[in-house]
Ligand binder design. Structure first.
Ligand SMILES: Cc1ncc(COP(=O)(O)O)c(C=O)c1O
Length: 390
């Protein structure tokens, strides 16, 4: 390049669509954990591998030449097996042809649903603390996130506050059970109450159910179980969470045909299709229901091991009815802010956690941090040995 070229080269100044978004706390804490050799119980992913049978199934699909574009909504056999799974568990039959779409992870499914249904000025209720992509998704669509806190202490839905937030501009509500970060699970009564509240409205529900197979004290109350809710809901689940393959980024969204049709319009001009051999491999693996049905027992054992260990520390465990997250109250140990406590815990004690304040739009402080227990037993034991020193 000569001097003249460099004078015409010009990178446009762009106005950020997400001006308040920076590096996430997950990236920050993971980097800090690496720097200090801390046990990383921060970010939510397993430190153990998936079942080799799943890898074999994907490998077999690749070797069988299943490597070209699949149909836009997903390979038929996978959609058929998703339909069968949901019907067996929740008693609702989604039509694989028109109501099931395979996506590149749940995060993409949620963004796709938001872009499909939310327009400029539309309001979307999000229940804080919540997964960090929800509000930026709404902002990208030109909508306005309306943050309604879950009940302090229990993290149960506060229906009076949700009712107060509902208005003529409300286009959607995003719910998440089992809930990240609190580990709370919505009851049947909660789902019926939501259905009743939305009855007179045209509000779409986006139900993030990525931890559907990790409930420890009863059955998962999928929106798919409740006909009135199913009629207005996009249910999202993630194979990444269920099969210990978060890096594969493969999930699905199910919704009544008119909602799925709009969802697919956005999906086809975004990712278009999701990688073929993994869809075939997962379809093969999904045929054996024990792979998802046994997950709750697997994680219940880890939860119980971790909670038993925490009982010997000065951290106070909050209830954990679902997910692979355990929240603790550290007020007996420190008066630091949640962020400062997590940094201190990582650098001085050698265990990384995530501050709950990171999941709130108002960044409120409750002296609660979140650990992820999707880890090998030896990883959990090492973390617990360090936490006992507190
Ligand atoms: C509540 C919730 N929703 C969605 C996701 C993302 O799922 P995926 O990896 O399939 O995009 C996560 C991952 O941490 C999550 O906790």
């Amino acid at each position: 390049m000569n001097a003249r070229d460099s004078t015409v080269a010009r990178t446009p100044v762009v106005e950020s669509r997400l001006p308040t978004v920076g590096t996430t706390i997950f990236t920050v804490m993971s980097a800090l954990a690496l720097e200090h050799g801390a046990v990383n119980l921060g970010q939510g992913f397993p430190d153990f591998d998936c079942d080799p049978k799943l890898v074999d199934a994907v490998d077999a699909a690749m070797r069988a030449g299943l490597n070209q574009y699949p149909p836009m909504p997903g390979v038929p056999i996978l959609r058929e097996r998703i339909a069968a799974k949901i019907e067996a568990l929740y008693g609702h039959r989604y039509d694989p042809a028109t109501e099931i779409t395979v996506t590149a992870g749940a995060t993409q499914a949620i963004l796709t649903a938001v872009l499909a249904f939310v327009g400029p000025g539309d309001e979307v209720i999000v229940l804080d603390p919540c997964y960090d992509s929800y509000a930026p998704n709404v902002t990208l669509a030109g909508g306005v996130p309306i943050h309604v806190p879950l009940a302090p202490g229990t993290f149960a839905p506060d229906f009076d506050r949700i009712a107060a937030a509902l208005g003529p501009k409300t286009r959607a509500i995003i719910i998440n059970s089992p809930h990240n970060p609190s580990g709370t699970v919505w009851s049947k009564g909660d789902m019926l109450r939501l259905a009743e509240l939305l009855r007179p409205t045209d509000v779409v529900v986006i139900s993030d159910e990525v931890y559907e197979h990790m409930t420890y004290d009863g059955e998962h109350q999928s929106a798919a179980r409740f006909p009135e809710l199913a009629a207005r809901t996009v249910v999202v689940s993630s194979f990444g969470k269920t099969y210990h393959v978060t890096g594969w980024k493969i999930a699905y969204a199910v919704a009544p045909a008119p909602l799925s049709a709009e969802f697919r319009k956005v999906h086809q001009f975004n990712v278009f299709t999701v990688n073929t051999p993994m869809q075939h491999g997962i379809a093969t693996y999904l045929a054996d229901a024990s792979h998802h049905l046994d997950l709750a027992a697997f994680y219940r054992a880890k939860r119980d091991r971790f909670r038993a260990g925490l009982a010997a520390t000065r951290l106070q465990s909050l209830p954990c009815a679902g997910t692979y997250f355990q929240c603790v109250d550290y007020s007996a140990v420190s008066e630091l802010s949640e962020d400062a406590f997590c940094r201190w815990l990582t650098s001085e004690v050698g265990v990384a956690a995530i501050p709950l304040s990171a999941f709130y739009a108002d960044g409120r402080e409750q002296r609660i941090v979140r650990f992820c227990f999707a880890k090998k037993d030896e990883t959990l034991d090492l973390a617990l040995a360090r936490l006992r020193r507190l």
